[in-house]
Design a protein around this ligand. Structure first.
Ligand SMILES: Nc1ncnc2c1ncn2[C@@H]1O[C@H](COP(=O)(O)OP(=O)(O)OP(=O)(O)O)[C@@H](O)[C@H]1O
Length: 234
């Protein structure tokens, strides 16, 4: 399988402080990589470097072999980002938000095609034309996923995607992520949710103080074992 995301000695420093220290990592198409670590471990910094929101102090981040820099539109076209709280227009419907944001990214779709993206992201048809202000966090997240799909992003970055989701919404989210990965999308998420990480992830990384200390496959580890490893690491 092809490498989609790569970090090579990726480093971010703020004056004397090292937020990310020489991260080297390769992630393949169809993987769901979950990054765990305490507050301040460097998870968001890693995502922000891949997104080109931050400039690396050393090393590089690559998307499908294209180096990410704050000005690299070629790399940015291949990725989408779903923040912890998806920022959408409350007075527009899910369908209208999707139409607006996909146009902003340069894509124009028919309403049938827009509805298909929302369905693929798991948003029930009866919600498509309701105002966003009435959506739950899980529903907003589904619009975020639909936007990522409409942009034809190969890689979807997510920050704390299950925080604040109830168990049913978390289960729906997990199922959607697995479907996207089966379609060849690559997902990279920062999370504190060890149990969901084992459930949804193909591989887990554990960070401590800016360093990636462990990467483990979820096929050989239970949630209890991962929790044990996490607690021993941090
Ligand atoms: N602009 C900045 N200037 C100085 N230090 C910063 C800056 N941005 C982040 N940091 C520091 O870098 C470290 C890593 O932060 P980061 O947000 O990546 O952690 P995190 O693992 O995502 O934490 P959380 O789980 O709380 O989201 C933290 O100690 C943070 O205070």
């Amino acid at each position: 399988m092809s490498v989609v995301l790569e970090a090579v000695n990726l480093t971010k420093t703020y004056q004397q402080y090292t937020a990310l220290r020489e991260l080297s990592l390769s992630i393949h198409a169809g993987e769901i990589f979950c990054l765990l670590g305490q507050n301040g471990a460097g998870k968001t910094t890693t995502i922000n470097l891949f997104l080109g929101f931050l400039e690396a102090s050393g090393g590089k981040a690559l998307i499908k072999g294209v180096e990410v820099t704050p000005n690299s539109s070629a790399a940015k076209q291949m990725i989408a980002y779903i923040p912890e709280v998806v920022q959408l227009y409350g007075n527009l419907s899910g369908l209208e938000n999707l139409d607006f944001f996909s146009r902003l990214a340069g894509f124009t779709y028919s309403s049938v095609a827009l509805a298909a993206f929302l369905n693929k992201a798991g948003l029930q048809t009866e919600a498509h034309n309701k105002r966003l202000a009435a959506y739950s966090k899980g529903m907003r997240q589904k619009v975020g996923i639909a936007i990522a799909l409409s942009k034809n992003a190969d890689v979807i970055f997510m920050d704390e995607p299950t925080s604040g989701l109830d168990p049913k919404a978390t289960a729906e989210f997990t199922a959607i992520c697995k479907e996207l990965a089966a379609d060849g999308k690559t997902i990279f998420m920062a999370t504190h949710d060890i149990f969901n990480a084992v459930n949804v992830g193909t591989r887990i990384g554990i960070m401590k103080q800016g360093s990636l200390v462990h990467t483990v496959s979820t096929s050989g580890i239970s949630a209890i074992e991962l929790q044990q490893l996490y607690l021993e690491t941090i």
